[in-house]
Design a binder for this molecule. Structure first.
Ligand code: FAD
Ligand code: SF4
Length: 336
């Protein structure tokens, strides 16, 4: 790790103060728990002159959940989300995803906003300045001229989105509230992520992966429940006690007798954005048969586009994500 450069830290106590600080310091960066951005700064990936802390804004710490709706402030800590009784009861996939992030110390520091805005990752990017320089850099830091993962990518970066919370919120039709110089707005969480995914024709990539505008901050994430929906989250990682997902899968389904009434599947760690699987409604309205699981397999293989951005090959991540999805579906079907 390199030594930290000099920077100022501002600690606003209200949203208005935070927006004013952003306006006064256009090159500033927000910092929640700092468990991702400080690592990037230590690696010389970014050098913001000013960091604006989000954690002193009390109104952004709220976690409210019941059987109909969940609303979580951007500064809420991951550990608080994972341990919240109402979240555990009504949104088990969200609680499990939060509980699976990094290790206990990261979860005590890390925030929901920081997790949702997590930078995309790649073995050629998450390295020291010295290492990246020795490899002539790459497109994601703008100093290089080619992508080492896909040299023929013609300017596209495939760095992978690896946040665990996003797929869990996507299951419940998550929305995100933003505030900025032009006021507040709400975006579907699926539209907040712009990195490439085959099924929706998005045009972003591993560099332009968020629809956040200059000066904007994430205020909160919200989502709605559906009666009868059961959910779970699972991930595979290299070190089980503290690690990003090699692949992470969130599943929610509803069963009416012997009929699959609703099925939602979302992935992380596979594409430059979290992926909500398209086409699962075609599997509903009938029992969960071997043919339905084979069709789910096809959907996953078609829409997961993992590249060699981690130490595990892309083909392995696609295979393992598909297996985890089918396992979770079978488990939830049996328990529903
Ligand atoms: C060893 C290790 C293991 C890890 N394992 C995992 C893992 O398993 N799963 C996982 O998902 N992550 C993992 N992480 C990454 C990180 O710890 C978590 O994603 C954490 O939730 C990030 O939250 P934070 O508050 O610390 O983010 P920060 O580092 O503070 O910020 C991250 C980004 O979000 C932006 N940001 C923060 N708050 C806001 C806001 N309110 N509005 C707009 N932008 C904002 C920051 O500017 C920055 O770009 C790991 C990190 C380490 C070091
Ligand atoms: S996918 Fe390519 S451009 Fe993107 S960070 Fe990795 S090497 Fe760089």
């Amino acid at each position: 790790m390199d030594a930290l450069h000099e920077f100022d830290v501002i600690r606003p106590k209200t949203i208005a103060e935070m927006l004013a600080a952003r306006k006064a310091h256009p090159a500033s960066r927000l910092i929640g728990g700092g468990t991702d951005i400080l690592v990037n700064i230590r690696r010389g990936i970014e050098k913001p002159p000013v960091l604006i802390e989000t954690t002193a804004v009390a109104e952004l710490h709220g976690i409210a959940a019941n059987e109909r709706e969940i609303v979580v402030g951007a500064s809420a800590k991951l550990a608080a989300l994972a341990q919240n009784a109402a979240v555990l009861k009504h949104y088990p996939a969200i609680a499990a995803a939060a509980d699976s992030i990094a290790g206990p110390t990261h979860r005590n520091m890390g925030t929901v906003g920081g997790n949702l805005c997590l930078d995309t990752r790649c073995i050629y990017y998450n390295q020291s300045e010295w290492w990246r320089g020795a490899n002539a850099h790459c497109l994601k830091t703008a100093l290089g001229e080619m992508c080492h993962v896909a040299p023929k990518s013609k300017g596209v970066c495939f760095a992978t989105y690896s946040g665990d919370l996003a797929p869990a919120f996507l299951l419940y039709g998550g929305e995100i509230d933003l505030a900025g110089p032009d006021g507040t707005r709400t975006l579907a969480l699926a539209d907040f992520y712009t990195g490439y995914a085959k099924q929706d024709g998005s045009t972003g990539d591993g560099r332009t992966y968020l629809a956040i505008r200059p000066g904007e901050i994430v205020l909160r994430v919200r989502a709605k429940n559906v009666p009868g929906l059961v959910s779970a989250y699972d991930k595979i990682r290299i070190r089980k006690s503290i690690e990003y997902p090699v692949a992470g899968v969130a599943v929610a389904l509803a069963r009416k007798g012997d009929t699959l009434a609703d099925l939602r599947v979302a992935f992380t760690g596979t594409n430059p954005r979290p992926v909500l699987l398209d086409g699962t409604s075609a599997l509903c309205g009938k029992p969960l048969s071997d043919a339905a699981l084979a069709a789910l397999d096809d959907l996953c293989r078609d829409q997961i586009m993992s590249m060699k951005t981690t130490f595990t090959p892309g083909t392995y991540r696609r295979r393992v994500a598909t297996v985890m999805a089918k396992r979770l579906v079978k488990r939830l079907w049996g328990a529903a």
